[in-house]
Write a protein that binds this ligand. Structure first.
Ligand SMILES: Nc1nc2c(c(=O)[nH]1)N=C([C@H](O)[C@H](O)COP(=O)(O)OP(=O)(O)OP(=O)(O)O)CN2
Ligand SMILES: [Zn+2]
Length: 153
C-alpha cells in the first residue's frame, strides 16, 4: 500500500522464457490440393514417407514480478506445462498420423506454433503467454503471438 498522497510504485513487468526440444516426423501435404499440386508446392517435403526434424521451442511468458516471490511465473511450473503441452503430444511422434490436430491441418512450423500456443495458453494464467517461437531447423523459424487477422479487414 502506498503512503497517503503517493501513487503506488508500478510493478515491474518482465518476460520469462524457457526452451525445450522435441523430435518428430511429418509430411507437408494439403488435402485441399491434388497429389501433383502438393508435389509441385512442397517438393522434397512432400515425400510420401515423410522426413524428420529436431524442433526447438522457446516459450515466453510476460507478467508482473510478484513482490513476494520475485517471479513472473515459477519456471518449475512452466516446465511442467511445457511437458504436458509440447513434449507429451509431439515428441517422437509422426505429427500427421499421431496428433489428431494435424489430421486436417498441414504440419508446417506455423501450424506447429499455433498448436503449441493453443495447448499452452489454457494452462497458463489468462493473458500471460506472450510468444511461442519454433525452430524447425537452425534456419527455419516461426514466431506466433496469438494474433489473428479479422476477415474482410
Ligand atoms: N512456410 C513454411 N515453409 C516450409 C516449411 C514450413 O514449416 N513453413 N517446412 C518445410 C519443410 O518441412 C522442410 O523440412 C524444410 O527443410 P529444409 O528446406 O531442408 O530446411 P533448411 O532450410 O534448414 O535446409 P537447408 O537445405 O540446409 O537450407 C519447407 N517449407
Ligand atoms: Zn519438414
Amino acid at each position: 500500500m502506498a503512503p497517503p498522497g503517493r501513487s503506488p510504485r508500478p510493478s515491474p513487468l518482465a518476460r520469462v522464457s524457457r526452451c525445450v526440444s522435441f523430435s518428430a516426423s511429418h509430411r507437408l501435404h494439403s488435402k485441399l490440393l491434388s497429389d501433383e499440386e502438393n508435389q509441385k508446392l512442397f517438393g522434397k517435403c512432400n515425400n510420401p514417407n515423410g522426413h524428420g526434424h529436431n524442433y526447438k521451442v522457446e516459450v515466453t511468458v510476460r507478467g508482473e514480478i510478484d513482490p513476494t516471490t520475485g517471479m513472473v511465473i515459477n519456471l518449475t511450473d512452466l516446465k511442467d506445462y511445457m511437458e504436458e503441452a509440447i513434449m507429451e503430444p509431439l515428441d517422437h511422434k509422426n505429427l500427421d498420423k499421431d496428433v489428431p490436430y494435424f489430421a486436417d491441418v498441414v504440419s508446417t512450423t506455423e501450424n506447429v506454433a499455433v498448436f503449441i500456443w493453443e495447448n499452452l495458453h489454457k494452462r497458463l494464467p489468462e493473458g500471460t503467454l506472450y510468444k511461442v517461437k519454433v525452430y524447425e531447423t537452425d534456419k527455419n523459424i516461426v514466431v506466433y503471438k496469438g494474433e489473428a487477422s479479422v476477415p474482410g479487414k
